[in-house]
Structures are given as structure tokens and as C-alpha cells.
Design a protein around this ligand. Structure first.
Ligand code: FES
Length: 354
């Protein structure tokens, strides 16, 4: 296959070392990371990779897949892919991915990750939503001291990804890991009251939810009925990128939605990759677009406020996000913003990617 010459937009070429059929409609891909990229591809539990999938129609499309490997595990990075009906990326990977194939990949990103591995967690997964949950779960058990309760919902017993691995972990950590399976074939779709009853004993723990939209909405509503503070709950929404993150696009002026275009730009301090930079930031430019124009290697994936790959901390001053589909109240509380959607509000702003 002849692939188009791609500009340097932050992707790296990783070779698939193994494809594992996890269930009839899901596979996992193991990707080897060359020595010189180990630091760049170091990840936190719960983060995702953006893969470039070849497309005859558009050249390529970008798709985000959560890592199920845990940072402490030696060896390749691993993502799990479940076929989505009419989903181009997942079906292409399940049909074509093979050992030896080289994929173009953006470094790990995302904020669906626990701050501490020493606190007790409640994890709620539906279907392939187990992928980032698995990374968090393995990390806590291997390198932290927290206890885990996992509620894992699936269509039927044949669609339970990582069933054997979970059974093994539960056996190895009987005091720290409780796994509760829910099978739609046996019990029907879990309702809000049923999820509330199941999770009540662990309500109040920091909670991570990932799965199909309906499952996440029901789980989130269940926790609300139990009085759980929304700031305790992290939700990872699957997204399909509508633009190709590997294309270099002309940056577009931000629609500032009423933000006045002041004569004087904002003074901007940026901490990225261990270095500090200072700029005069025009008030009508989105932060990510501006940093890329300045030649900084700022991370990003979707550039549309839907993935959190561009997340950074505002450590001083204030910005305004024009669009946000992914950050939760718990993230905003920590000062996290999406650089691809942020325009300045105050005269001085400091941001950090550390
Ligand atoms: S790059 Fe995806 S949210 Fe900013």
C-alpha cells in the first residue's frame, strides 16, 4: 500500500508485535516502542493512544484507543479494539492489523487517570470500556496499596474481554480486588436503581467509568442518586475524531464568543518538556494553535475539544474554553484546560504541561 508522505505532526512509527483475538469481536494489538521513544511513550494508567488508520477515501483517519497495558509492565504497549458497527477504524484494525505492520501513533494522552494508586477505587466498565480500567486496576494492584471494586457489564459471557486475566488477578489479590460481572444476556441492561444498589457499598470512593454512552449515563445517574459528589467521578467518553489529527491544517482564528480582542496581547508563560517559554499571546488565538505556530511540540490529537490529549494546567491567570466535551468537574477543579479550545481572559497566564 502506498501511503501519503506525512508531515512531521508528532506521530511516531510503532511496529505491531502481536495481535491477540480477545473475543469474537475484539482484539488487542501489542506495539513495540523503540529505545529512543521510551520516554516519549511513557504513560499513566488510563491514558490512550491516537492511531493513524489508512483510508482510501481520505488518506487516513485518526482514532483513539485506550491502553490496557500498565506503565509498570515491561514490554510492548497494548491497546484493545472492539468492532463498532459501521465503525471504520475498529473494523479496519480488526480486519487488517497483523504482526510486523507499522502504525503511525501519537504519544499517550488523556486525563482519565488516578492521582494516587494508594486510594481505594470504584471502577465501572461496560464492554470495551474495560481497556483503560484494566490499566488502572493492574497499576493499583502492582504498584499501589489501594483496594479495587470493579463492576463489569457485558452483553454475554463470550464478550467479556480479559475474563481470564481478571479471574487470575482476583485470585492473587482476594483482599484488594472484588470483581462483579453483569451479563445483559442474563440480567438485561443494568438500570439506574440496579446500578445504585450494586455500587452503594463503595459509593464515595473515587470512581472511574468507561463504556458505551448509555452505560456511563446510567452509572453516573446511579452515583448521583447515592449522593456521590460529581467531583469524585471520572468519565472516559469514546470519541470518533471528525478531523484527521495527522494533517497539518492552517490554524484558524478562534471565535472568541464575545471575548474582546484587546490591543495588548496576554503575557504567556509555558512550561513544556522541562523548559519555560514566554510569549505575547494574541487574545483571539487558541492556545494550542498559537504554541504550534511558535514551534513548540505541544501535544494534541482531535483539536476539537473531545479527547483531552492537549490538556494542560493553568497555574496562574485565567483562560476561557470555547468547547469542552471531555473534561469533568473533577478535572476543571484541578485547573486542567484544553489547550486546543482555550483563549486568554486575563493579562497574564501561566500554563504547565508537566
Ligand atoms: S486535542 Fe483533543 S481536546 Fe484538545
Amino acid at each position: 500500500m502506498t501511503e501519503p508522505e506525512l508531515p512531521d505532526t508528532g506521530f511516531h512509527r510503532l511496529r505491531i508485535t502481536r495481535v491477540v483475538a480477545e473475543t469474537p469481536d475484539a482484539c488487542s494489538l501489542e506495539l513495540a516502542v523503540p529505545d529512543d521513544l521510551v520516554e516519549k511513550f511513557h504513560h499513566r494508567p488510563g491514558q490512550f493512544l491516537t492511531l493513524r488508520i489508512p483510508s482510501e477515501r481520505t488518506g487516513s483517519v485518526g482514532r483513539c484507543y485506550s491502553l490496557c497495558s500498565a506503565p509498570h509492565e515491561a514490554g510492548p504497549l497494548k491497546v484493545a479494539v472492539k468492532r463498532v458497527r459501521d465503525g471504520y477504524g475498529s473494523n479496519w484494525l480488526c480486519d487488517n492489523a497483523a504482526e510486523g505492520m507499522v502504525l503511525e501513533v501519537l504519544p499517550p494522552a488523556g486525563v482519565f487517570t488516578p492521582k494516587s494508586l494508594d486510594t481505594d477505587l470504584l471502577l465501572l466498565a461496560g464492554g470495551s470500556g474495560i481497556t483503560p480500567i484494566m490499566s488502572i486496576l493492574k497499576s493499583v494492584l502492582a504498584t499501589g496499596t489501594g483496594s479495587i471494586t470493579l463492576l463489569y457489564a457485558n452483553r454475554d459471557e463470550h464478550s467479556v474481554i480479559f475474563a481470564d486475566e481478571l479471574a487470575k488477578l482476583a485470585k492473587e489479590h482476594p483482599d484488594r480486588l472484588t470483581v462483579v460481572h453483569w451479563l445483559e444476556s442474563v440480567q438485561g441492561l443494568p438500570s439506574v436503581p440496579q446500578l445504585a444498589a450494586l455500587t452503594a457499598p463503595w459509593a464515595g470512593r473515587e470512581t472511574f467509568i468507561c463504556g458505551p454512552g448509555e452505560f456511563m449515563d446510567a452509572a453516573s445517574d446511579a452515583l448521583s442518586t447515592l449522593g456521590v459528589d460529581r467531583k469524585q467521578v471520572h468519565i472516559e467518553r469514546f470519541i470518533s475524531l471528525s478531523r484527521n489529527p495527522f494533517e497539518v491544517e492552517d490554524t484558524v482564528d478562534a471565535a472568541t464568543d464575545g471575548t474582546p480582542e484587546a490591543d495588548s496581547p496576554t503575557r504567556l508563560d509555558v512550561e513544556l518538556d522541562g523548559e519555560r517559554h514566554s510569549f505575547a499571546w494574541p487574545r483571539n488565538r487558541k492556545l494550542l494553535d498559537f504554541l504550534l505556530e511558535q514551534g513548540l511540540d505541544a501535544p494534541y490529537s482531535c483539536r476539537e475539544g473531545a479527547c483531552s490529549a492537549c490538556a494542560c494546567y493553568v497555574t496562574a491567570g485565567e483562560v476561557k474554553m470555547l468547547h469542552n466535551e471531555v473534561l469533568e468537574p473533577v478535572d476543571l477543579d484541578e485547573g486542567i484546560v484544553l489547550a486546543c479550545q482555550s483563549v486568554p481572559v486575563t493579562d497574564d497566564v501561566s500554563v504547565s504541561y508537566e
